[in-house]
Design a protein around this ligand. Structure first.
Ligand code: AMP
Length: 558
């Protein structure tokens, strides 16, 4: 027998309408580049608006796109930093029936053009900072019919219109179109570390459900009373969904524009009384250095409002989690996800009975956490069999849920999707363990695993342990070829200012925590590690550079 509840389509106008009517006065703050300081560096200007104004402009944007002749499902690309204008695009484009395609601003221009063409975008919203790219984009992407520049420019940009003037000349959308909840609302490309990037299409339904599931305490802890600063870029998996989650629940949003340095972020958090913030470990390392500096100088920042710093995108070492807690009383909480998972898959909240600051608490906080409601996780062997959840056995992490991709745009990359016992699953490409309570711990990307004598070595575990050494700033552990063992671990590290360390000292430092065969055979000290467009170490580049390091006769050198 069927139940008798309404089948209401879950679509984005629900979020826009809630923000417009219930939270109209709630503030949206954005840092935008202002003038320049004496050293020629951009000085941030602080812009204030409200959900009411953002919603009004989002409705004008939607109506304007309709007037340009866009058809339902057409893609509108954004090449933009985190700001209120980007939020207007997030809300206005899908609510008028189109797809907001957020493009990574750090991509190489050729890759950028490839993505814009592949997505068949018809309109592009481009931040004034990148207006210089307009002629090249016009030449390389003939399908783009209209370009609108976000923010003021010293002079008009040829081949583009000023977004603010254009948007305010439109009448706000009066009626939302009928939208199928499974229609695409957002689009994001994977980082394409293997082959070409692939397009992931979020649906209206997945975005609504993801927003609902992201807010609770045991997920990202967002409510109306919160002030949320997503430092993770809005072009990277919808800034982990936070702009939508905050708009749904009425949280004040603070955007850092193009700024991500420790001092600017610390000041912004203090001034705006930020309660929740989210970013990748490299951002938190920069913030930690600034908080340490200010404290040592006797002028610590007042961050008493800050309840949680969410960390994801790559693993946060336990030492970083401890440093924030011990030195500044701040709680760093892991979350895991990926472009294909919208992204929230897990959140690491210490379970009942374990103290946050006990050794067991820290051990669990260094894991990626438990699946949030409606997400299922499992691990598979190389032969595709389900593996035990014992906290030790490593396997290929697979995920399933209403906001997990079931295919890529244009049907590409079918190898990542599988059917198990009649159910659809997504192969994440991560190698992880799961314990009896469901705590997931990422060990590696499948392609980054080091396979020594047929056994797996987790580079992530070694990196986290290395970064706890007082002299080490950053560490990447990669596989180098080995005639006997096939592959052996090589540590590539950067040092803290004034830090010095030998390979033998690092090995001794790791020895109490790892099996002997896990210990790196060599250490290379470098000035900096290559970092990709989404803030992760480019291990592929390092592997290319050092794959033959073992045969160069330098093994053991540092
Ligand atoms: P992306 O699609 O660019 O967001 O990258 C997703 C990948 O980032 C995942 O498959 C993981 O390998 C990695 N990742 C994301 N969050 C975490 C985390 N909290 N800890 C470790 N790795 C993570």
């Amino acid at each position: 027998m069927q139940g008798n509840m309404m089948d209401v389509p879950l679509t984005l106008p629900f979020i826009l309408e809630r923000a417009r009517t219930q939270f109209a006065g709630r503030e949206i703050v954005s840092l935008l580049p202002g003038g320049r300081d004496a050293a020629g560096q951009p000085v941030p200007d602080r812009h204030h608006t409200t959900y009411g104004e953002v919603a009004d402009r989002a409705l004008r944007l939607g109506a304007g796109l309709q007037a340009l002749g866009l058809k339902p499902g057409d893609r509108v690309a954004t090449l933009a930093v985190n700001s209120f204008r980007h939020l207007e695009a997030y809300l206005g484009i899908p609510s008028a029936g189109f797809v907001v395609h957020t493009v990574n601003i750090r991509l190489h221009p050729e890759q950028l053009a490839w993505i814009l063409n592949h997505a068949e975008d018809r309109v592009l919203l481009v931040e004034n900072l990148f207006a210089g790219l307009v002629p090249a984009i016009r030449a390389a992407c003939p399908r783009i019919e209209h370009i609108l520049v976000l923010g003021p420019t010293p002079e008009p940009v040829e081949g583009a219109r000023d977004y603010d003037t254009w948007v305010m000349a439109q009448e706000p959308l009066r009626h939302y179109p009928a939208i199928d909840e499974n229609a695409a609302a957002g689009m994001c490309y994977t980082s394409g570390t293997t082959g070409n990037p692939k397009g992931v299409l979020y649906t209206h339904r997945s975005t609504i459900l993801h927003s609902l599931a992201s807010a609770p305490k045991d997920a990202l802890n967002v409510g109306e009373r919160d002030t949320v600063l997503p430092i993770v870029p809005m072009f990277h998996v919808n800034a982990w969904g936070l702009p939508y989650t905050c708009a749904m629940y009425g949280a004040k949003q603070v955007f850092a524009g193009p700024f991500s340095d420790g001092p600017t972020l610390a000041r912004l958090m203090q001034d705006e009384q930020v309660t929740i913030t989210a970013g990748v470990p490299t951002i938190w390392m920069g913030l930690l250095a600034e908080l340490d500096r200010a404290k040592a100088a006797g002028h610590p920042y007042d961050l008493h409002c800050l309840e949680r710093l969410v960390v994801g995108g790559s693993a946060a070492p336990e030492s970083l989690i401890r440093a924030f807690q011990d030195r500044h009383g701040l709680s760093l909480a892991h979350a895991w996800g990926m472009t294909e998972t919208h992204p929230l898959g897990t959140a690491s909240i210490v379970p009942v009975g374990v103290a946050e600051t006990s050794d067991e608490g820290y051990r669990l906080r260094a894991k990626q956490g438990r699946a949030v409601p409606l997400v299922q996780l499992d691990i598979l062997s190389e032969e595709g069999e389900r593996l035990p959840h014992d906290g030790k056995t490593m396997g290929r992490l697979i995920a399933r849920g209403p906001w997990i991709a079931s295919s890529y745009f244009k049907g590409e990359g079918t190898g990542n999707f599988l059917t198990l016992d009649g159910e659809e699953w997504f192969d994440t490409g991560d190698i992880a363990t799961l314990d009896e309570r469901g705590f997931m711990h990422i060990q590696d990307r499948a392609k980054d695993l080091i396979k020594s004598g047929g056994e797996w070595i987790s580079s992530v575990d070694l990196e986290n342990a290395l970064m706890a050494h007082p002299a080490v700033a950053q560490a990447a552990v990669i596989a180098m070829d080995d005639p006997k063992w096939d592959e052996r671990p090589l540590a590539v590290v950067t040092l803290k200012p004034g830090g010095q360390v030998t390979h033998e000292e690092l090995r001794d430092f790791l020895a109490p925590r790892f099996a002997k065969w896990w210990l790196p055979d060599a250490t290379v000290v470098v000035e900096s590690l290559p970092i990709g467009a989404t803030g992760k170490f480019l291990k592929r580049e390092l592997r290319e550079q050092y794959r033959d390091y073992g045969s160069r006769g330098e093994t053991g050198q540092s």
